[in-house]
Design a protein around this ligand. Structure first.
Ligand code: PLP
Length: 383
């Protein structure tokens, strides 16, 4: 009996389990000392004196980031059509409009020239997504934002850790960068996310808004004069705080991230070598000296491949190998299509990439033997 190889799998060790048990035994299960510790460790990991704000999902982090920069009704925010719906839905939470643009055919990242063409007098912000863990062309995006007075919120759900021109994603000159700790990401807390920023006023606003709009700093300032039960609500905030149970997992996942990355790089390199001669477009690597997180390994079938994408997924499934597709582009989802009258002709690169792409298994606990099985099936099917 061959065992099923899932598309993705978290790697949780005894350290995480013991830390969670410690939280449970301590009686402090919601946001507390472990979350503070997790934020401090995350700040050190990213460097460049960023402030980290732990949240219960990247979606929550993106929402808080957009709220903090003042996105609201009448504003437009530009992002890629080739992303998860969370990137765009948060813009609608605030009553603003999303403007989707096409991607670059090589990197599958947002097309910078398409951003320029989409800018109007209503544009407030750009949300680049570092697709699969490869950094976007951030100099171009940040320059464009400066030229038009726009904010930049990075969706770095795939990009932990990744670098751009030698700097960690999270430490660039954008306004806020948001990471995800969802179960299939490069590290996990079950559910969770982290928003990082170099701007203290944005960090403060996100901290206030992640917990009901309660102004803790004001509370602390007046602590000596006010009783312990007193607090002040300064805005209708959200319930987006991360629990200490989740942070207990995150503390250890973060410390394992360098070794997780090594394993992902090894698996990605091996796929690149072993699949090079097949009728496939293999994923773009990071420029020399930079880090690709290898959250995803997305292959695209060339025209001369003997099977189509759906057939290949079926062959892999028949061989007990899990796959996924990242993504059904947003312009093909009923809500986005109807809301903005989107047509596929406006997104030719994303649209054609979608029909030929699939993501193959890549996760830290994947064994060499498991990867050999994936490689063999691809070689036998595509040669
Ligand atoms: C996973 C993901 C998100 C959402 O992350 P959550 O932590 O699940 O909210 C947002 N954007 C992209 C590109 C993602 O892959």
């Amino acid at each position: 009996m061959t065992k099923f190889i899932p598309f993705a799998l978290p790697e949780i060790g005894e350290e995480e389990i013991e830390e969670v048990v410690d939280s449970l035994r301590s009686g402090w299960v919601t946001t507390g000392p472990k979350t503070k510790q997790f934020e401090k460790s995350f700040e050190r990991f990213i460097g460049s004196e960023v402030e980290a704000v732990a949240v219960n999902s990247a979606t929550a982090g993106l929402h808080l980031a957009l709220e903090a920069i003042g996105v609201g009704v009448g504003d437009e925010v530009i992002t890629t059509t080739h992303t998860f719906t969370a990137t765009a839905e948060v813009v609608r939470y605030l009553g603003a409009d999303i403007v989707l643009v096409d991607i670059d055919s090589e990197t599958l990242n947002i097309d910078t020239e398409a951003i320029r063409e989409a800018i109007t007098s209503k544009t407030k912000a750009i949300i680049p997504v570092h697709y699969a863990g490869l950094a976007c062309d951030m100099d171009a995006i940040i320059n464009l934002a400066a030229e038009f007075g726009l904010k930049v919120i990075e969706d770095a759900a795939h990009a932990l850790p990744a670098t751009y021109k030698g700097k960690n994603i999270g430490a660039l000159k954008s306004d806020v960068t948001v990471f995800s700790f969802y179960a299939n990401k490069t590290m996990t807390t079950g559910e969770g996310g982290m928003a990082v920023t170099k701007h203290p006023e944005l960090a403060e606003r996100m901290k206030v808004m992640r917990l009901h709009g309660i102004n803790r700093d004001a509370f602390d300032r007046f602590r000596s004069e006010k009783p312990a039960w007193y607090y002040e609500v300064v805005a209708p905030g959200f319930k987006y705080n991360l629990t200490d149970i989740a942070s207990a997992i995150g503390i250890h996942q973060l410390s394992k991230l360098p070794s997780f990355l090594k394993r992902r790089q090894f698996l990605a390199d091996r796929y690149h070598t072993e699949l090079a001669h097949l009728p496939l477009v293999l994923p773009a690597r990071a420029p020399k000296g930079d880090v690709h997180s290898w959250h995803l390994f997305v292959i695209r079938l060339k025209d001369d491949a003997p099977v189509n994408r759906d057939e290949l997924i079926q062959v892999l499934a028949d061989n007990k190998i899990g796959t996924s597709v990242h993504y059904v582009p947003l312009h093909r989802h009923p809500y986005w299509q109807d809301k903005y009258n989107l047509v596929k002709e406006d997104f030719p690169v994303s649209d054609s990439a979608y029909f030929t792409m699939l993501s193959i298994p890549l996760y830290t606990s994947m064994s060499d033997e498991q990867q050999s099985r994936v490689i063999s099936v691809l070689q036998e099917t595509l040669r």
